[in-house]
Design a protein around this ligand. Structure first.
Ligand code: SPD
Length: 407
């Protein structure tokens, strides 16, 4: 029953996201947390490494000849079950070098430079699309992935908006960008705080109430600016300089209350109670809640999809054109599409799974959580990730620099 309703849900999301592309195609567009490359000048002194092995970010692996024994994976931090890598290694005898990043820009910079040594990477929809055009990836052969059949066809249809014909990528997880908060700290400062509204972050008179317990935002211009534009009632993909000026004004209005811009530190920081309010990615707050529970520190964390609407997005798996261990990359993809493995990953990361065959094995509490698998009325308020024109990219870059520097 749950499974059926969720599959219907995914079908609805398909319809929503299918509007994501279809234009601008000609333009090229160490497990677990935390790396700090995207940290801004206002990044916290205390970082989030207490549960995290040191990242190998700075030491990308050297390309190795196809030996049957190695695989170099580059994924988002905190985006796979803790034992998946070890289980895969045990089952296949393949040694996996697993490195992490926390921004599409970071991945793209490496891919564009070439010679990354990575065999499998995880770009998000719009970035994937322009990287395909730039010739970064090799085609995927589904015949080498017996578990490909476990994927939800509707999710593949969504992905086709970024990767026509599903030629270069396989879906990994999908999610939303919204409001994560420390329930007690927010309640203490404002018992009737609008935790389901972007007002709480975008209105200076509200944000200033929570500045002392720590507000943060993703360092992801292509999401924060699109969400700000949408909040202002503008087309999130507008190319109007005036609209961008309005988004800039909105964000500069609350800039004094933002502790830092970073796309992974907030998980452990909110779990530890050192921040209380953040614009971040849906599943990350379930993970933060689990970490707080593990620490038995009494921190209660919640996530809400803003009532004004927000972005829905999808991350993928793709094999770089110069990958050295291609057959092992296929084995990794196939392994992660196994229903049990996919469900274990989904239960850990708490993002939406594209593996239909895994649904019966995913925790009911997750499937029933409207913030993870949003019901129809919520989905109707979401807007899709979408490829941007060079003009929009320029506006984003210029605006984001001003916002981050506070000028
Ligand atoms: N901790 C995992 C975060 C995954 C975030 N994916 C980013 C999607 C960007 N649109």
């Amino acid at each position: 029953m749950v499974q059926k309703s969720r599959l219907i849900g995914i079908a609805f999301i398909s319809a929503l996201l299918l509007t994501a592309c279809g234009e601008e195609k000609k333009e090229a567009e160490t497990q677990q947390s935390t790396n700090t490359t995207a940290t801004t000048e206002a990044a916290p002194a205390t970082n989030t490494t207490e549960t995290a092995p040191a990242t190998t970010e700075a030491a990308a692996p050297a390309a190795a000849p196809e030996s049957g024994g190695k695989l170099n994976v580059y994924n988002w931090s905190d985006y796979i079950a803790e034992d998946t890598k070890a289980n895969f290694e045990k089952e296949t005898g393949i040694a996996v070098q697993y490195d992490v990043y926390d921004s599409n820009e970071m991945l793209e910079a490496k891919l564009m430079a070439g010679g990354t040594g990575y065999d499998l990477v995880h770009p998000s929809g719009a970035f994937l699309a322009r990287q395909i055009i730039a010739g970064i990836y090799q085609p995927i052969d589904p015949a080498k992935i017996p578990n490909y059949k476990n994927l939800d066809p509707k999710i593949l249809e969504i992905l086709a908006a970024f990767d026509p014909g599903n030629k270069y990528a396989v879906p990994w997880f999908w999610g939303t960008t919204g409001i994560g908060y420390n329930v007690a700290e927010i309640n203490k400062r404002m018992p009737d705080a609008p935790v389901n509204s972007l007002d709480i972050i975008f209105k200076p008179e509200l944000a200033q109430k929570f500045a002392d317990c720590g507000i943060t935002m993703l360092d992801a211009p292509q999401e924060v600016l699109q969400i700000a534009l949408h909040y202002l009632g503008k087309d999130p993909y507008t190319a109007s300089a005036d609209d961008y000026a309005a988004a800039e004004k909105l964000l500069l209005g609350v800039r004094p209350y933002i502790k830092y811009f970073h796309s992974s530190s907030y998980i452990n920081d909110i779990a530890a109670g050192s921040i209380c309010l953040t614009l971040g990615w849906s599943g990350d707050f379930s993970l933060a809640a689990a970490r707080a529970e593990e620490a038995k520190n009494g921190v209660e964390i919640a996530y809400s999809i803003p009532k004004e609407g927000t972005m829905i997005w999808m991350d993928t798996m793709a094999i770089p054109a110069d990958a050295a261990n291609v057959e092992n990359a296929y084995k990794w993809i196939n392994y992660n599409l196994d229903p049990k493995v996919a469900a274990a990953n989904a239960n850990y990361v708490a993002y939406g799974s594209p593996v239909a065959a895994a649904m019966p094995l995913i925790d009911k509490a997750l499937l029933d959580d409207p913030n993870i698998y949003p019901p129809e009325d919520v989905r109707a308020r979401l807007f899709p990730d979408k490829i941007a024109t060079p003009e929009i990219e320029r506006l984003r870059t210029r605006t984001w620099t001003k916002i981050k520097t506070g000028q």
